[in-house]
Design a protein. Sequence first.
Length: 306
Amino acid sequence: MSAPSMERRAALASGLGAASWWITGAARAESAAAPAPGRSRNPAPAQPRLGLALGGGSARGLAHIGVLKALDEAGYRADMLAGTSAGALVGVFYAAGFSPWQIEEVALKVRDIDVADLNSANKRGMFAGEALQRLVNEQLRQQAIERLRIPFCAMATQLSNGEANALRSGDAGLAVRASCAIPGVFVPALVNGREMVDGGLVSPLPVRPVRAMGADFVIAIDVGVPPKNDIGAGLYEVILQSFEIMGRALSQLEGQQADLLIRPDTSRYSSTDFNARKEMIQAGYEAGRRALPELARHLPPRVRNG
């Protein structure tokens, strides 16, 4: 046999030998790593999925931002959340990946004219709501709800039959607009051919909706307060006072179903006082900080990547 032929045979034998060694070694390693018959691996237990329920409260909803700041600093970030009215507005930004500090920046910059589009053509509400929808969609760069980073739903009420609707897909700005559509203040929002109004009528503190999304541990943030004697003279104040009267008992009932209830002290501020934004955010932050020891007893902070 010629020398080149011998060399080729030697190379082939060497290659087969190496392949045989690699396969045998890999099989041994796999066998060593495999559990013995009748035994199973013990994977690390999965962390409980954390859900947030953000309630309604008009201007007092700014306190949600402060609570989110306190939770974020301590290493807690939600896996899913549901929001009603003002809670839906704050929540959609959080779900889109905005940090609490970025949400605060947006909240402090927004002017009344950016969301209050006075309506004269439709007598079913003082404001059309289109400006609010446009603001949300522009800030979120037209992302649909199902494309947000964190699973999110906005609670709204179907006007025709009073059913609660958890809006979990489609136009994010429209869902927030529907959730915030206080009857008499905003024109009802048309979602999938159905008229929707404020979710606070049926779920002012959406604990059950976020648990239905798969949350194992639910933190509810209740920014509402008992009705006050001094309600002001305007129609807007009268309507909001009526909402607070209707929703208080329901909020308390929903709050009892949460694993942890955080109630910022916003009683010093009116639900129409958008001039006290920083103060209400700070009230939320202080409430969030006070809740951390209790939260840590039930749910350890998680290490997050990115």
